[in-house]
Every structure is written in structure tokens, then in C-alpha cells.
Design a protein around this ligand. Structure first.
Ligand code: SAM
Length: 198
């Protein structure tokens, strides 16, 4: 049944985000880059003034990450993570030189500790566990511009992360700190959640 809804009502995440951004000269932050597939879409579709990409590219040993894209497993190890980082750095070589793209090989916590910029769009797609997403949202609320949007991927997906993304959004909504602008449902199928700071 879900497959039928997905076929008829699915929406591309980059289009969804574009529709919800009004300003030009965008400052964009992506937390969790992996191979950089979505980073390329952000760069080409939004043409941001500054695109900041944050990922530690670490293959974690803890059992909880065995089924994730960043565990030490049959599909991921440190050599593979190092290669992802080098590939995306090479891909954006010109933009890095022009200072329109920055790549920070560190956790989002470490990035926010040093950051001084404010963003129009923060795309949260890093560590999916509840405590990490909660910190990513909390930090993002401090660095989002007045009319900026924070978008979370894998909203309403349970996964190995035990629905940590949905639970973290619920946490901030209950505290009345965020407003949900648009969220995934069967008729608006994208597994994204767009929030704004209240
Ligand atoms: C689902 S992937 C990102 C996919 C990417 N946004 C895309 O759409 O193509 C999650 C990424 O989060 C990264 N990650 C894990 N822990 C992180 C952390 N604490 N801070 C930032 N990124 C993290 C992983 O290394 C992995 O590359």
C-alpha cells in the first residue's frame, strides 16, 4: 500500500526545499554528507552564496551502527569513508577555492562549537539517533536566520535509529520551540520535515 502512495504522491526533497525558500544569496548548511549526492543537488539547484558541508567520515565500531552507512561493517569501513571525503573534496575543488563551498570533516557538535555564521537552510541528516538529532536541532535553532528553515531527512522512518528523528521533532514541538511548516504523510510523501524557530 505504501508503495502505491509513494508512486503517486512522492515529492522530490530538493523541489520541496526550493519551494520553501524565498531569499537569494543563501547560506546553506548540510549536516551529514556521506557521498555528497544531496550536496551536489543543493549546490546546483539553490546556487547558494555559501554551502557548508559537515561530516566526520568516521566508520564507527559501536554495534548500534552496524546497519548504518557509517558503521564498521561489510558496506562501510574507514578506507571507504576516507574515499567519500576525498571524492567530494575533489568534486567541489573550484568552489572550495572560490570559498563558496566549505567542507568540515568533523562532527556537527564540533562544527557548531566553532561556528559564527547564520543560515537560511540547515539540512539535518547526520547521526540519526535521538540524542544527536536533538542536539542538532537545538544548535540549529541558535544559528538559523529569522525566516530560515531547518529540514530533517528520514522523518517518520523507524530504521536502526528507532525513529530518533521523529521523536526529536516531537520533543521540540511539545516545548513550543518550533513550528512544523510541512511534514511527510501518505499524501505528501518525502520523509522530510520542515520546521521553523518560533
Ligand atoms: C544518511 S548519511 C547523509 C546522506 C546525505 N545527506 C545525502 O542525502 O546524500 C548520514 C551521514 O551522517 C554522518 N554523520 C554521522 N555522525 C555525524 C555527526 N555527529 N555529525 C555530522 N555528521 C555525522 C555520517 O558519516 C554519514 O555520512
Amino acid at each position: 500500500m505504501k508503495k502505491i502512495f509513494k508512486k503517486f504522491f512522492s515529492k522530490d526533497r530538493i523541489n520541496l526545499i526550493s519551494e520553501n525558500l524565498s531569499s537569494k544569496d543563501l547560506y546553506v548548511l548540510e549536516i551529514g554528507v556521506h557521498k555528497g549526492d544531496f550536496s551536489k543537488q543543493l549546490a546546483h539547484n539553490l546556487d547558494p552564496k555559501k554551502l557548508i558541508l559537515v561530516d566526520p567520515w568516521i566508520a564507527y565500531d559501536d554495534d548500534i551502527y552496524t546497519n548504518s552507512w557509517y558503521g564498521n561493517s561489510s558496506i562501510s569501513n574507514q578506507v571507504i569513508q576516507d574515499q567519500y571525503f576525498l571524492n567530494i573534496k575533489n568534486y567541489f575543488e573550484n568552489e572550495i577555492r572560490l570559498e563558496t563551498v566549505e567542507i568540515h570533516r568533523k562532527t556537527s557538535d564540533d562544527f557548531f562549537d566553532q561556528n559564527q555564521l547564520k543560515f537560511d537552510l540547515i539540512y539535518i541528516d547526520g547521526n540519526h539517533l535521538f540524542d544527536f538529532v536533538k542536539r542538532d536541532i537545538s544548535n540549529s535553532l541558535n544559528f538559523i536566520k529569522k525566516n530560515g528553515i531547518i529540514v530533517l531527512d528520514d522523518y517518520d522512518v523507524v530504521g536502526w535509529w528507532n525513529d530518533g528523528i521523529t521523536k526529536a521533532v516531537d520533543f521540540f514541538q511539545k516545548k513550543n520551540l518550533i513550528q512544523i511548516i510541512r511534514k511527510h504523510n501518505l499524501f505528501d510523501y518525502h520523509n522530510q520535515c520542515i520546521i521553523k524557530k518560533i
